[in-house]
Design a protein around this ligand. Sequence first.
Ligand SMILES: Nc1ncnc2c1ncn2[C@@H]1O[C@H](COP(=O)(O)OP(=O)(O)OP(=O)(O)O)[C@@H](O)[C@H]1O
Length: 355
Amino acid sequence: MAIQQLSLTHFRNIKAADIRPAGGLNLIHGANGSGKTSVLEAIWFLSLGRSFRSHQSQRVIQYEQEAFTLFARMGDEERLGFRRNRQGEVEARINGERPEKLAQLAKLLPLQLITPESFALLLDGPKARREYIDWGAFHSDPQFHLIWARCRRLLKQRNQLLRSQADDRQIAIWDKQLAHYSNELTLRRRAWVDSLNGVLKGIIGTFLPNVPVRVSFSQGWDSKTPIEQILESQLHRDKQLGYTVSGPHKADLRLRVNNIPVQDVLSRGQLKLLVCALKIAQGVLLSEQHQKQCIYLVDDLASELDSEKRTQLLSQLEQTGSQVFVTAIDPEQLAMMSWQRVFHVEHGQVTTKDS
Ligand SMILES: Nc1ncnc2c1ncn2[C@@H]1O[C@H](COP(=O)(O)OP(=O)(O)OP(=O)(O)O)[C@@H](O)[C@H]1O
C-alpha cells in the first residue's frame, strides 16, 4: 500500500510539511542539510517508532519544541499517526485507535531502506545479515517469530547455566529443547534463503553481469553434525567461556565471488548495487509470497554510482511497482527517469514541483 499523504510537524528542521506523494517514483531533492533525509526518517519513524540515524529518539524533535507529530494516509482508508514528546511519551494511532502493539504499524507500512550506510550489511559482522534473513523469514512464515523467540530465550538460559557452572545433566535437559528449536529455526531460515536466491539471481545478473556472486546460508554450526552433538561436545569449552559458541545465533548469509568474500573483491559501487539487490529482492519476495508491497526509501541514490548504474537501479525499483522515495542533491543526475512526483526541500520547507 502506498502513502498518499504525509504530514510532518516539528520533525528535525521541518516545522510543518504536508505532501501528496505519487504511488510510484518520488524524487526529493535539495541542498545539503535542507531536510531531504528527514522526510525518509519520518516515514521510517511512522513504521518502526524509531530513527535510522540516531538511537536517541528525542534528537529528531525540532529544537525548542516539545514534541513531533507524523501522519500518513495510506490507500483509501488507512490512517497512521505518531507523536513523541521530550519525555519519551509516545502516542500511536491506526485509524484513530491506539494499536495494541507498535509492531502493527510496521505490518501496515513495510519498508526497505537504502542509505550510504547500508554497506554495513556486507562490511560488518554477521548480525546485520542474520537480521536481514530473519526479517524475510518473519514476514513469510507465521510460525517464525515464536520459534525465534523460544530459541533466543533458551540460549539465554543456557548461557546463564554455563556461567553459574551448573551441573552437566541439568544443562543437557535444556539442550534437548534448544536443539529442537535450533533445527526448526534453521529449517525456516534456509527455506527463506532458498526462495530469496531465486529472485536475487536475476537482479544481481542485471546489476552486476559477469560477476559470479554466490549467496549461501551458513546455519551457525557445522552442517554435517547434528546440533545435539555440537552442544554436547562443546559443553566443556562453552562452560570455560561462559557462553554458547556454536548455534543458530551464529547464522550468516555468505556472499562470495570466486570463493572470496565480496567485501574483499567488489568496488564500492558494486557493493552498493549488491546491497540494493538484496533489499529489492527482499521486497519482491514479500510481494510475490504475500501480495504485500514494501515502500522503498533510498537516501542519496546517486552516490558511488555512475550514470548507467543509477539508471539500472531506478529501473529495477520502478519495475517492482512499489512506491519509491529517492533523495538527491542534484536532480540533474537523475534526470533520465520520468519521476511521477518531484519535491524540493529548502531549509526544511518542502514544496511540490511539476514533474
Ligand atoms: N532536532 C533538530 N531540530 C532542528 N533542526 C535539526 C534537528 N536535527 C537536525 N537538524 C537540522 O536539520 C537538517 C536535517 O537535514 P537532513 O539530514 O535531512 O538533510 P539532507 O537534505 O538529507 O542533507 P544531506 O544532503 O547533507 O544528507 C540539518 O540542517 C540539521 O542541522
